[in-house]
Design a protein around this ligand. Structure first.
Ligand SMILES: *Cc1c(COP(=O)(O)O)cnc(C)c1O
Length: 381
């Protein structure tokens, strides 16, 4: 591992949609011209994976050379570098339940808080369906800065309690994550930096590390299919970015995995747009699902999810609440992995695609278990 001496003042920051350039030396949310998400471009280093991955770091920061913040400036709790569990027959589970606050939200929050602290943020806020709030509360505490989280009032109690244990102020709001966002815009502290999904450019950079991990865990290859339970879409967009970067660095020969977006039947803006052949999502009416991470009725990055699916030859499908519930317990029972409902949705999606023949016996498939089922139980103990 060579010392990381790249000049990060050459970071780029431009709108994913209209391409307007922004100043990466300032705290930024969405594009000041069109209001869409901003994309960071990291000047990609030259070298082989052996040169560029710091394998002594057992966290996502092992990929510091391709991240916008160097590993030595990380606000970290040891997130990422999670197990890829081999179930046999060409199927693996990427188990994100073992992250510091029990979901893959930690990757994005570690990156976002690290960046924002280096740019002078003095506090943080976000609406959250659950896990993002817990992660934000933990990383805010790690950085020693105040956090305000607005959550839908039916968020699992344990998640609300966890936020409070990390010292965050939690506001319960009637409605969905969209309503929680509106509450913050009206009543939040304007000094607190907003780290909402894709309204802040660095969370995707943290999620990008999932793509690099797959590459390393598959010993320099990638699987054929990744199955991802999609809410706001940072994970899908982040991994898609990783494939493109690895391609640009000459690490890949062969294709990027086909990306599959699984959503709940009761909240499926990405799937609906995909099935209509559209390039943008429209708000999903009366969103309803117990897989709370998927209850995002109007994802600002919906168009990016659709691009990632289309460019990789992927697909999108819904599963019912009954399928999610059954799959969550079957998957846990069969594998011993602490499946969350969103992971159960991905599992159910995998079963359907296999039955349909969209996935064949020769495909190597990775199912994403994005969080921990324990966080959803009603008892707070
Ligand atoms: C947030 C969340 C999701 C959705 O993730 P996105 O990257 O925003 O699409 C899925 N599963 C769990 C457990 C989550 O917390």
């Amino acid at each position: 591992m060579s010392r990381d001496t790249r000049d990060r003042s050459r970071l780029g920051l431009r709108c994913f949609s209209c391409q307007e350039e922004h100043d990466p030396a300032q705290l930024n949310n969405v594009c000041r011209v069109c209001g869409m998400p901003l994309e960071i471009s990291v000047p990609l280093p030259k070298g082989t994976p052996e040169d560029l991955i710091d394998t002594a770091l057992e966290s996502m920061w092992r990929y510091g050379t391709v991240l916008p913040i160097p590993a030595d400036r990380a606000v970290s709790l040891g997130e990422g570098w999670t197990p890829l569990l081999d179930l046999g027959d060409g199927v693996w589970v990427k188990d994100e339940s073992v992250n510091p606050t029990a979901s893959f939200k930690d990757r994005g929050m570690s990156m976002a808080i690290s960046a924002a602290v280096s740019l002078g943020a003095e506090g943080f806020a976000a609406p959250s369906a659950g896990n993002a709030g817990v992660a934000l509360a933990a990383y805010g505490a790690r950085a020693g800065l105040p956090v305000m989280v607005a959550m839908p009032e039916d968020t699992p109690l344990r998640m609300i309690e966890r936020c409070r244990e990390y010292g965050a102020h939690v506001e319960s709001v009637a409605g969905t994550i969209g309503d929680a966002g509106k509450w913050l815009a009206e009543h939040g502290n304007p000094q607190h930096f907003d780290v909402s999904t894709l309204k802040e450019p660095y969370r995707v950079e943290g999620k990008k590390t999932m793509g690099y991990e797959l590459y390393e865990q598959f010993r320099g290859e990638l699987p054929d299919v990744v199955i991802y339970p999609t809410g706001g879409g940072t994970g899908l967009v982040g991994m898609w970015k990783a494939w493109n970067e690895m391609e640009a660095m000459g690490w890949l020969d062969g294709k990027a995995p086909r990306m599959v977006s699984v959503q709940a039947e009761g909240c499926a803006p990405v799937v609906s747009a995909f099935l209509r052949g559209e390039t943008k999502t429209v708000p999903f009416p009366s969103p309803e699902t117990k897989a709370y991470g998927l209850r995002v009725p109007s994802p600002i990055g919906g168009f990016l999810c659709l691009r990632a699916i289309a460019e990789t030859g992927g697909t999108a499908l819904t599963v019912t609440e009954a399928e999610i519930e059954a799959a969550t317990s079957v998957a846990a029972d069969l594998t011993g992995i602490d499946f969350c409902p969103e992971g159960g949705a991905a599992w159910a999606g995998w079963q359907r695609l296999r039955a349909d023949g969209w996935i064949t016996d020769s495909d190597r498939v990775v199912i994403w278990n994005t969080g921990s089922g324990r966080m959803y139980s009603e008892d707070v103990s």
